[in-house]
Write a protein that binds this ligand. Structure first.
Ligand SMILES: *Cc1c(COP(=O)(O)O)cnc(C)c1O
Length: 424
């Protein structure tokens, strides 16, 4: 019996996270045995160029010797104590400085980070409702599973079973990049909205950058209305460049959520923000939040090692940006040359190739025009060329430092072949 069959007998869908089932591209999932540099090696002995990179965390590529050599020592020092450690303090010092904020708390996933940030915002403002944006994904806690991103877009089920209406009724949904829509919700629910949460660059409906006016408008509006502004930077944090994308907008949010890259491949999340707000967290204040494995020493050490490399070698982000330039230019040339209906969206190192006819791509309404059948055909062609793309139209490409120029050249060449093939 193959692995997928064995998995399906004991794991719902055979996978521990739905996108891994490759359902939207109608292929069987590829089980990964191991990885090195830019390559994944499947259990069937195939080599693939990895454009998933664990959805972000493997920004440096797989299996770097300098990082691997540290692991035995870390393991010897102890894997978990459930008691405070120096490395947690170091991580908190490092991240608060990198983000430019006061306090941070570590959790184990992005889902926990957003869930806890929202509880904190509600505790701080003593209000109930929150605003999120259609097409933004913030993990799978009940109140945030409304019009969320890739998973639900892909599976065409806008909300999940098992989420009570009473909880969803506290979540208001606005159109991304549409400040008037947010203004309308504040007017309809005066003194009732605790927070506005968003991905400052949407990365779970493909890549859809927010405009500077939109983010600055949200900052002014939330301030006027006494609501908090929460940046969910689980994807954007330490990916677009070192630290937060707040610099790109000239805006200071009240709370930040992080995950993915900051764990260096181990399970990590964090939420951070102003002292006045963060001080409301237990044990200092009345907002409860906890975690047996939060601040896990192994995850803190690996995460910090990756973060130190990213800080001390700014050329890594310059290179990633240059590689994104090369990729975007290559894809756009190929789109022109083949006349295929497609559009590339991009913010710094986040890139997405959308299939379909678009005037603009600014919100979920635009994104839902995407031609997922063309994407599926494209996906299969690229897979045939041993390039493993995220198996959904509504995901960003994940570049890593290990992608060489030769690999990018190959990806662009195969992209052209694939576009030619699927146009025919
Ligand atoms: C991945 C993601 C999450 C959820 O993080 P998990 O670690 O998968 O729980 C939340 N927000 C955004 C923007 C994400 O991309």
């Amino acid at each position: 019996m193959n692995l997928f069959e064995r998995g399906k007998a004991v794991i719902p869908g055979g996978v521990n996270s739905p996108v891994r089932a490759f359902g939207s591209v109608h292929t069987d999932p590829i089980f990964i045995d191991h990885a090195k540099g830019p390559y994944l090696y499947s259990n069937e002995g195939q080599q693939y160029i990895d454009m998933v990179n664990s959805w972000g965390p493997m920004i440096l590529g797989h299996g770097r010797e300098d990082l691997l050599s540290l692991v035995p020592r870390y393991l010897e020092e102890g894997m978990s104590f459930g008691l405070p450690t120096e490395v947690e303090v170091e991580m908190a010092e490092f991240l608060t400085e990198a983000i430019g904020t006061d306090m941070i708390r570590m959790v184990n996933s992005g889902t926990e980070a957003t869930m806890s940030a929202i509880r904190l915002a509600r505790g701080y403002t003593q209000r109930k409702k929150i605003i999120k944006f259609e097409g933004c994904y913030h993990g799978h806690s009940d109140g945030l599973l409304v019009s969320s991103g890739s998973g639900t877009l892909t599976f065409k089920q806008p909300t999940s079973l098992g989420v009570p209406e009473e909880i969803i009724s506290q979540t208001l949904v606005a159109r991304y990049n549409d400040l008037e829509d947010v203004r309308r919700l504040f007017a309809e629910h005066p003194q009732d909205i605790a927070a506005v949460i968003l991905e400052p660059i949407a990365g779970n409906m493909g890549v859809v950058p927010a405009s500077v006016e939109f983010i600055q408008g949200l900052r002014a509006l939330t301030q006027e209305e006494g609501a908090l502004l929460i940046f969910d930077e689980v994807i954007t944090g330490f990916r677009c460049h070192f630290g937060s994308v707040k610099e790109d907008f000239g805006v200071e949010p009240d709370l930040f959520c992080f995950g993915k890259i900051i764990g260096g491949g181990l399970p990590v999340g964090a939420f951070a923000g102003k002292r006045e707000i963060m001080s409301l967290l237990s044990p200092l204040g009345g907002v409860y939040q906890a975690g047996t494995l939060s601040g896990n020493p192994l995850a803190m050490k690996m995460g910090l090692d990756v973060l130190h490399i990213l800080k001390e070698q700014p050329e890594i982000y310059r290179e990633l940006n240059r590689k994104a330039d090369v990729l975007v230019e290559g894809f756009e040339d190929n789109i022109r040359a083949t006349g295929i209906p497609a559009k590339v969206t991009r913010f710094k190192t986040m890139v997405c190739l959308f299939f379909g006819e678009f005037d603009e791509i600014k919100s979920y309404d635009d994104v839902r025009q995407a031609d997922t059948e063309l994407f599926e055909a494209y996906y299969r062609e690229m897979l045939g060329a041993h390039i493993l793309l995220p198996p959904s139209q509504f995901e960003a490409l994940f570049l890593s430092h290990a992608h060489s120029d030769a690999i990018l050249e190959y990806v662009i060449e195969q992209n052209k072949k694939a576009l030619e093939k699927i146009r025919a």
